[in-house]
Design a protein around this ligand. Structure first.
Ligand SMILES: Nc1ncnc2c1ncn2[C@@H]1O[C@H](COP(=O)(O)OP(=O)(O)OP(=O)(O)O)[C@@H](O)[C@H]1O
Length: 366
């Protein structure tokens, strides 16, 4: 078991990188504590697999260090890192039985057959693979194959961490939740450091205690699912987490607060003073659709919007509106009156976030 630390880690696939755009991973410092259940969440191409492959040793970073329990492992090949990696597609031997597949890593290490027997049965029990132990792997269903793949990582006592690279992609949606629950159970039972890569926020938040959100080769925020929802540190986290994501409005500062398309949002004196000191013109305000106040009749302090679309999702509705040239989304509970052509909205200041150059500022002033 291990704490995994990334120290000034960066990676470029180019031989002679000329600038930030040549880096798949930009310089990062990060610690994954021993025994934690983590998710690495981000869109396609943000660098998730690159990072995972660097941790497991399949890829050597072009800059910086990877440390396990304080020891630099950059030079160690994957076999010596005691890391199990579970990929999108199951890695198993089709012609072997499930038992032999699970036993393989142990027999490779010349473990006594009696120990192999007991360990394989223990893991088969947890993964509910007992009924198929004597079946050839090629005759298994996709989810059974993936369970065998996971089992091959779990049988070893010396595993420091398990890295999962989108392991449920090829699994039927109905079985996904079952396997996810299994993974959680395994985490609790074995106290292993687990890092689970996904681009699916639901998968990330049901598996992990803490999520690292990656964007453009960087970890832009590391926090609990709740922290990412309530306090997105970066506009990308606001946009990517939540359903739908955060409303983000490009604004200019004014004497009373900020404005866009001639519409003014008043801010507290403390926030105005803070913005007055900001040299950047890249200012955005963000508000989650859950926190936009909506009325179906004119209300004092309400901005009049044009209703564009109402999407009924059973227990709630998503209202899409146009305010100035901006599209605003609001999430309405089942029993909330649904405005027809016009809606009147307000942005409660305690839920307004201010981003300068895409990063959150001034939370201490709220
Ligand atoms: N072997 C490689 N050679 C050159 N560039 C690569 C290589 N592998 C990945 N890249 C580039 O590095 C960046 C990060 O890719 P990576 O596969 O790590 O992202 P990802 O977040 O895992 O994406 P996905 O979810 O699609 O797998 C991308 O721009 C990709 O094109």
């Amino acid at each position: 078991m291990a704490e995994i630390q990334l120290k000034s880690l960066a990676h470029s696939y180019e031989k002679s990188p000329t600038g930030a755009h040549d880096y798949a991973l930009r310089e990062m410092n990060h610690v994954w504590d021993q025994g934690g259940a983590y998710a690495l969440l981000g869109p396609s191409g943000c660098g998730k697999s690159t990072l995972l492959n660097i941790i497991s040793g399949l890829l050597t970073p072009s800059e910086g260090e990877v440390l396990f329990d304080g020891v630099v492992v950059n030079h160690l090949p994957p076999q010596q890192r005691n890391i199990a990696q579970v990929f999108q597609f199951p890695v198993i031997y089709d012609s072997m039985t499930v038992f032999d597949n699970l036993a393989f890593p142990l027999r490779n290490m010349k473990i006594a057959e009696a120990k192999v027997m007991s360990k394989v049965h223990e893991i088969a029990e947890i993964l509910e693979l007992h009924p198929v132990l004597n079946k050839k792997a090629k005759n298994l269903s996709a989810d059974e194959k993936q369970k065998v793949s996971m089992g091959r990582g779990l049988v070893r006592d010396d595993v420091s961490a398990i890295l999962f690279d989108e392991p449920l992609t090829v699994i039927d949606p109905q079985l996904k939740w079952k396997l996810r629950r299994k993974l959680k159970q395994i985490h609790e039972q074995f106290n292993l450091t687990m890092i689970y890569v996904t681009h699916d926020q639901l998968e990330a938040s049901t598996f992990a205690e803490k999520i690292a959100v990656m964007y453009g080769g960087q970890i832009v925020q590391f926090g609990t699912p709740r922290e990412l929802f309530e306090n997105p540190n970066h506009t990308f986290v606001g946009y990517f987490i939540g359903s739908p994501g955060m409303n983000l409005l490009e604004v200019q500062t004014t004497a009373n607060g900020v404005s866009f398309d001639g519409i003014e949002i008043e801010l507290s004196d403390a926030r105005k003073a803070m913005l007055a000191k900001v040299p950047s013109k890249n200012i955005k305000v963000g508000i989650r659709p859950e926190f936009v106040h909506v009325w179906d009749k004119p209300s004092e302090n309400g901005y009049e919007c044009e209703v564009q679309h109402v999407e009924d999702l059973g227990t709630y509705k998503i209202l899409t509106m146009k305010l100035g040239q901006q599209i605003i989304k609001a999430r309405l509970d089942e029993d909330h009156a649904v405005p027809q052509q016009k809606a009147y909205i307000s942005f409660p200041e305690q839920w307004l976030k201010i981003y300068v150059d895409e990063y959150l500022i001034g939370e201490e002033l709220v």
